[in-house]
Write a protein that binds this ligand. Structure first.
Ligand SMILES: NC(=O)c1ccc[n+]([C@@H]2O[C@H](COP(=O)([O-])OP(=O)(O)OC[C@H]3O[C@@H](n4cnc5c(N)ncnc54)[C@H](O)[C@@H]3O)[C@@H](O)[C@H]2O)c1
Length: 401
């Protein structure tokens, strides 16, 4: 059957997690006219004039390693005041259809032995890395065929992995290919990125995991002429930092210290309670400040604590100690309380649309204009949110001409 040129596949990795659940129910709510597109930047001017993919044309599917169903994930979000019961009831048919399209994924090392593991995902751990990527690609291809999709964007929304130090096969595609056949060690996120590119899909990495950032995979994306972007969605505290730090720089105020303390209580917070997994997240939260303030010696510290009762409501407290004229020492303190998943889901929809536009216009490689969405952008050259957003606007203006 031939593909319908308007239909876009959105393949979510970590398909029953909090963000994926908010994407699924949010999309259903937007289609049914039950929700306003609040927080979706591609719905504002001038982006809305670009003819980006309509919500009605998006078809969801995905990979997951945990058992359970979407309605259970949605139930938790209702209990914690993120989703409304009315929306969940109205979207139950769409949610059940998505559940039926979720395929078992591949585990990362830290998932082995965890509770509620899908036994089919666990058994995939027994096959070679090459075979794992082939199975993942096959699922994405079958999804495209079955739903007559013109294009597919894979969005990586799985849990944070322990940080894997560089290996020679991360740096070069030929070595990567050989290591796939020789039981080499890979982050699961990079196996997913490889599988997405082999299936001809674009790839968004919303997590701090390595994903498509390995040089070998950047090479593959260029060879296959596919777009990708990442890493690590910039939704809350880091967004604020990259908005505020340029102010200190512009006014030549000397930042002496920037301390950040985060408390979160969802599954992401639980995963980050593991110091090995937290390392990748903390790395991305600290680096933008040093870059914007151009001070390698800046005293900064970010910590994350798991506070179960907060559920999805993340609270971040930042303390900025700075010096002005005459050596006067001053401070800025801010507290941010946000629902992490409600902040992230609209960014996912934006990024899907930007990747789809790139697929349609033949842009490939790292999408530098999407840098404002990420804590550790794959390309773009600056962490300054204002400069990043100006670049996105300029990109849109070029595409409107
Ligand atoms: N919410 C935010 O503001 C934000 C910002 C930046 C990054 N992130 C990242 O986005 C990711 C998703 O966040 P969340 O709150 O939805 O987390 P979550 O824990 O609710 O969901 C993650 C899902 O991924 C699944 N999973 C784990 N390993 C997998 C694998 N190897 N293959 C397939 N599925 C797998 C889990 O079973 C779970 O359902 C996390 O890595 C988080 O750090 C979130």
């Amino acid at each position: 059957m031939s593909a319908d040129s308007t239909r876009l596949g959105v393949w979510l990795i970590g398909a029953r997690g909090s963000i994926s659940t908010c994407v699924a129910y949010g999309l259903a709510g937007l289609r049914a006219g039950l929700l306003e597109p609040t927080g979706i930047a591609t719905e504002r001017e001038p982006f809305r004039r670009l003819g980006l993919c309509a919500f009605e044309d998006m078809v969801l599917g995905g990979h997951e390693i945990a058992t359970g169903d979407l309605s259970r994930s949605a139930g938790e979000l209702v209990r914690h005041g993120i989703l409304s019961g009315e929306l969940v009831a109205a979207a139950s048919t769409e949610a059940a259809a998505l559940d039926a399209r979720i395929r078992p994924g591949v585990l990362d090392v830290a998932d082995v032995g965890r509770a509620e593991l899908d036994s089919r995902a666990a058994s995939l751990g027994g096959v070679s890395p090459r075979e794992r990527t082939e199975r993942l690609s096959e699922d994405i291809r079958a999804f495209r065929e079955e739903h007559r999709l013109a294009r597919v964007v894979v969005v990586y929304l799985a849990s944070v992995e322990p940080w894997l130090e560089d290996r020679p096969h991360f740096a070069d595609l030929a070595r990567f290919e050989r290591a796939l056949d020789q039981e080499g060690v890979f982050p699961a996120s990079s196996l997913y990125a490889y599988a997405a590119f082999q299936a001809g899909a674009a790839f968004v990495n919303f997590t701090p995991n390595r994903g498509s950032s390995l040089n070998a995979l950047r090479q593959l994306a260029r060879e296959k002429k596919l777009p990708h972007c990442g890493n690590d969605g910039k939704t809350g505290e880091t967004l604020l930092k990259t908005v505020l730090a340029p102010m200190f720089a512009a006014r030549a105020l000397k930042v002496l210290a920037w301390q950040g303390y985060n408390m979160l209580g969802n599954k992401d917070g639980e995963a980050l309670a593991d110091p090995l997994r937290a390392e990748s997240k903390l790395r991305n939260k600290d680096a933008p400040l040093r870059a914007i303030l151009d001070d390698d010696g800046l005293h900064t510290h970010v910590s994350i604590d798991f506070v179960p009762s907060l559920h999805d409501w993340k609270t971040a407290w930042d303390f900025v100690h700075f010096e002005g004229f005459l050596g006067a020492k001053m401070s800025l303190q801010l507290t941010w309380s946000g629902s992490d998943s409600a902040l992230a889901a609209p960014l996912v929809l934006d990024l899907v649309r930007w990747c789809d536009l790139a697929l349609r216009t033949g842009e490939s490689g790292e999408l530098a204009h999407t840098a404002c969405y990420f804590k550790a952008p794959l390309a773009g050259g600056t962490h300054d949110f204002h400069a990043q957003f100006a670049r996105l606007l300029a990109y849109a203006e070029r595409n409107l001409r």
